[in-house]
Design a protein around this ligand. Structure first.
Ligand code: 5GP
Length: 200
């Protein structure tokens, strides 16, 4: 994305069920659009194989998370499948102040909270066409036990009910198409007339 020096930054929020391929799609977008900053959340979940501290998440104990929360270091927090997740307040506020586009990937409740705080946030829901496909992907990933998969699936069913509150829906049946669609959203958002002018 060509940075229009004076345009207002894009706060891109991408939600979608575990197994939707959200992380890979966001990673591909960031390769194509290296200017977009990724908001690394904090979680009490254990790191999965291949996940790195500070890159995928900040991995902390529940005690540390609660202490950070008490210091109001999160914009929003959520318990999801038995683990806590939080969006770092300072990262988002600094990015918006300095006019930098960022992407976040909270679950549905977090996305709704961010939309309340920042009505200009652009909400994208990314999923796959069928629940069978979701199950297949979760099993293939093999990082979560069967109980965890069941809990994630149940959450996915609940989350799907919130799709109407999002601005855009992407079905990740074909990875390259999903990435191109997310990039198209970013491009269109950058061209919105209201974004011209002073950063805020
Ligand atoms: P996972 O454990 O699969 O990485 O993430 C579980 C869920 O938590 C996903 O839906 C993910 O998008 C969501 N999530 C990750 N970080 C945050 C966050 O900071 N806040 C909220 N509300 N959800 C998050």
């Amino acid at each position: 994305m060509e940075a229009a020096a004076s345009r207002k930054p894009i706060l891109l929020v991408v939600s979608g069920p575990s197994g939707s391929g959200k992380d890979s799609v966001i990673a591909a977008l960031r390769t194509l659009e290296p200017r977009i900053g990724y908001c690394v959340s904090t979680t009490t979940r254990a790191a999965r194989p291949g996940e790195t501290e500070g890159v995928h998440y900040h991995f902390v104990t529940r005690e540390a998370f609660e202490a950070m929360d008490a210091r109001r270091e999160f914009l929003e927090t959520r318990e999801y499948a038995g683990n806590l997740y939080g969006t770092p307040r300072a990262f988002v506020e600094d990015a918006l102040r300095s006019g930098r586009d960022i992407v976040l990937k909270p679950e549905v409740n977090g996305a709704m909270r961010i939309k309340e705080l920042y009505p200009q946030a652009v909400l994208v829901f990314l999923t796959v066409r069928s629940e069978d496909e979701l199950v297949r992907r979760l099993e293939e990933r093999d990082a979560d036990g069967p109980d965890d998969i069941a809990a994630r699936l149940e959450t996915a069913r609940l989350e799907a009910k919130a799709i109407s509150k999002y601005d855009y829906l992407i079905l990740n049946d074909e990875f390259d198409v999903a990435v191109a669609q997310l990039r198209a959203i970013l491009t269109a958002e950058a061209l919105k007339v209201w974004r011209l002018g002073e950063t805020s």
